[in-house]
Structure formats: structure tokens, C-alpha cells
Write a protein that binds this ligand. Structure first.
Ligand SMILES: Cc1cc2nc3c(=O)[nH]c(=O)nc-3n(C[C@H](O)[C@H](O)[C@H](O)COP(=O)(O)O)c2cc1C
Length: 360
């Protein structure tokens, strides 16, 4: 098979058997009270250990960063112990797994937060066009509370502490979630960051939170174990970026000298993020497309053949095809996933999609 997706990859910090990355995907199955991963989570990821690299679902660094029911944390000893079982299982199956560090900012609701707390954000800008899922169903968003500068500093430290916990839990590295309209992108985008202090007010100000989180995480666990995910021009979750090229060129230039494990770029929107940012990034680049349908093999192959990225991540295909790289290698058919069982619940739609191809 001469698919570029199936070639081994040796980068500055990553040595992987293939270039198929499992994209981070929230599955909402953690214990909603303790934030400990579901007992089946180890099996779920171990089934997918044939990926060159797995990026875990988003995991909160602080309970107010939790976006909805069943989202796991990486703060308490019990959470660390739960994730330790997951990383052991993935490693036993020959895989590599990074933890995604995810604070949702305004993309949550008091019903999802301890003590009914009001969500925090760079500025008090409410989501108007969508509702948010809670244990009481879909409800209107509330107006978030603006973080003080001191609270923003505390959150930077919380990301670093989460990264430390991820390594304690046996993860091979961490990915800072700077994409999809969550806290970090809320700092990057003009419509959600109306601050006038050092965390806003100018391009440098809007970049500061993202850059400081990445720096703090890299200082804590090493740049070789730190990745960053971004989604320039992605309108999801009511983000409106006036000039994504200016913002993301500057962000990439700011983190490039750190020598990170990788940059993970979701291309969605008019701005050709991969082509524009690839020449500015000397390290490993992971491409991802986020369209209405699950991204297929051909799209990933095209990106790698054009040298727009070194690795390509697939999300939805991995839900229902645990042995995705092996199916690419053998031409085995791809199974569709069931949208009804994506979030929450137990084994159904989680660990019960069969592998067609023996992985070892
Ligand atoms: C069920 C589901 C959950 C997701 N959760 C996350 C997440 O926790 N963190 C993240 O960065 N992206 C998340 N995404 C986005 C995916 O990582 C990916 O960018 C998207 O699915 C597009 O890739 P695909 O076309 O291969 O599915 C999620 C996507 C899906 C379908």
C-alpha cells in the first residue's frame, strides 16, 4: 500500500508507525459527579491504538471549565488514577496517546458547574444563536462573567497543573485545545475578547492567554510533549475572527520558537490555514478538516501528498472504525457511525464497533 497515511513518521519529537491520528472527541461518558473516566474508556482507546497517535477527548483543568454532562477532568487523584488505566491499556496495545487540555470558557451553563457557578470568559458576551446541553436538556446560554487578570493567570497555572497530571497519569504528551470557540479561542477572537487589559485590546493582547498557556504547559512537561490545536476562521460557537490570517500567523510565530511536539490545524472556513501556516512552522503539523460529513481517506491523502501537513487526523471515522489505519491498509469497508449514541451512555456506540482487521 503506498498511501502516504500509512508511512511511518519520524519528526523532531514524534516517532510514529503511521500518519493517521485519532482526532480528539468528547464522548460524554465520564462519571458526572467525580469526573473520572468511564470504566470502558480504557477499552475504547485501546481498540483504537492502531492510530499513529491518539489525542484524547477534551479534559478539564478546573471544574469551571467543564462543558457538559459526563466530561472528564484531570485534577483529582481519582481522575489521574482513572486515566492511568487508560494510558496503560493504550500502551499495552502498542499505541501513543496525548491528553487534550480543554477549558470551555463561556460554552457551558451553571447547571454544568459546581455550585451553579456562572461560566467564565474573557468578556461578558453571551451566545445568542444556540442552546447548550445540560442534565436538564437544552437551555439558553447565560451571560458569562469576565475573568479578572488574576483569574486568567490562575487558569494558565491550572493548564500547567493539568499537564503535569497528564504525565503522572501516563500520557505521552498533551494537546492544548485552542480551537472550536472554547476559552482559548474566545481570547483570540475579537468578538469574544473585548478586554482592554494585557489579555486584550490589541493583537498581542488577544494572543497573550494562548501563548502563556502554551509556554506554561511546555515549561511544565517539556515542549517535546506539548502540542497546540487551533481552528482559524472557524465560526463554531459564535466565533467571528476579523482577520484570521493576521491572528494565526502571529500566534504561530509566537509559539514556533518553543519547539513544540506539533501544531494541529483544523481547516474550516475561507482562510486556507494549512497552506498559509505550513511554511511558518518548522515542526510537525497535523491537518484536520471539519466539514458537515466525516472527512474521508482521500482528503487526508491529498493533504499529505501536497505536503500541507505531516500527519492527518480523523474524528468521526474513528468512532465506528476502531481499526481505521488497518482498514485503510487492507481496503476493508468503512462502517458508518450512529449519531444517536455518540454522547453519553455506555458500551453501545462506544466499544461495540468491531475491528475487522486483527491489529497485531
Ligand atoms: C463527537 C465529537 C466530539 C468532538 N470533541 C472534540 C473535542 O473534545 N476536542 C476537539 O478539539 N475537537 C473535538 N471534535 C472535533 C474533531 O476533533 C474533528 O475536528 C472533527 O470531527 C472533524 O474531523 P472529521 O471530519 O474527521 O470527523 C469533536 C468531534 C466530534 C464528531
Amino acid at each position: 500500500m503506498d498511501s502516504p497515511l500509512l508511512l511511518p513518521y519520524q519528526g523532531r519529537h514524534l516517532d510514529l508507525p503511521n500518519r493517521v491520528v485519532m482526532a480528539p472527541m468528547t464522548r460524554g461518558r465520564a462519571d458526572d459527579v467525580t469526573g473520572v473516566p468511564h470504566p470502558l474508556t480504557k477499552e475504547y482507546y485501546a481498540q483504537r491504538a492502531g492510530a499513529g497517535l491518539i489525542v484524547s477527548e477534551g479534559i478539564w483543568p478546573e471544574a469551571h471549565g467543564k462543558g457538559g454532562p459526563g466530561i472528564p477532568g484531570l485534577v483529582t487523584d481519582a481522575q489521574v488514577a482513572g486515566w492511568r488505566e487508560v494510558t496503560n491499556a493504550v500502551h499495552a496495545a502498542g499505541g501513543t496517546i496525548f491528553a487534550q487540555l480543554w477549558h470551555v470558557g463561556r460554552m457551558t451553563h451553571p447547571l454544568n458547574l459546581p455550585g451553579g457557578a456562572v461560566p467564565v470568559a474573557p468578556s461578558p458576551v453571551r451566545i445568542e444563536s444556540e442552546q447548550i446541553f445540560t442534565n436538564a436538556g437544552d437551555v439558553d446560554h447565560v451571560t458569562p462573567r469576565a475573568l479578572t487578570a488574576a483569574e486568567a493567570e490562575d487558569l494558565i497555572a491550572a493548564f500547567a497543573a493539568e499537564a503535569r497530571n497528564a504525565i503522572r497519569a501516563g500520557f505521552d504528551g498533551v494537546e492544548v485545545h485552542g480551537a472550536n470557540g472554547y476559552l482559548i479561542q474566545q481570547f483570540l477572537a475579537e468578538n469574544t475578547n473585548r478586554r482592554t487589559d494585557r489579555f486584550g485590546g490589541s493583537l498581542t493582547g488577544r494572543l497573550r492567554f494562548a501563548v502563556e498557556v502554551v509556554r506554561a504547559v511546555a515549561a511544565e512537561v517539556g515542549p517535546e510533549r506539548t502540542g497546540l490545536r487551533i481552528s482559524p476562521d472557524n465560526p463554531e460557537n459564535e466565533i467571528a475572527e476579523r482577520d484570521p490570517q493576521a491572528t494565526y500567523r502571529a500566534l504561530v510565530d509566537a509559539v514556533e520558537p518553543l519547539g513544540l511536539a506539533y501544531l494541529h490545524v483544523i481547516e474550516r472556513g475561507a482562510y486556507p490555514a494549512l497552506a498559509d501556516l505550513r511554511p511558518r512552522w518548522s515542526g510537525t503539523l497535523i491537518g484536520n478538516f471539519n466539514g458537515p460529513e466525516p472527512t474521508g481517506r482521500a482528503a487526508g491523502e491529498k493533504v499529505l501528498a501536497a505536503d500541507l501537513a505531516d500527519l492527518f487526523s480523523f474524528g468521526r471515522l474513528f468512532i465506528s472504525n476502531p481499526d481505521l489505519p488497518a482498514r485503510f491498509a487492507t481496503g476493508a469497508p468503512l462502517a458508518p457511525y450512529d449519531p444517536a449514541s455518540v454522547y453519553g451512555g455506555g458500551a453501545e456506540g462506544y466499544t461495540d464497533y468491531p475491528s475487522l482487521v486483527p491489529q497485531h
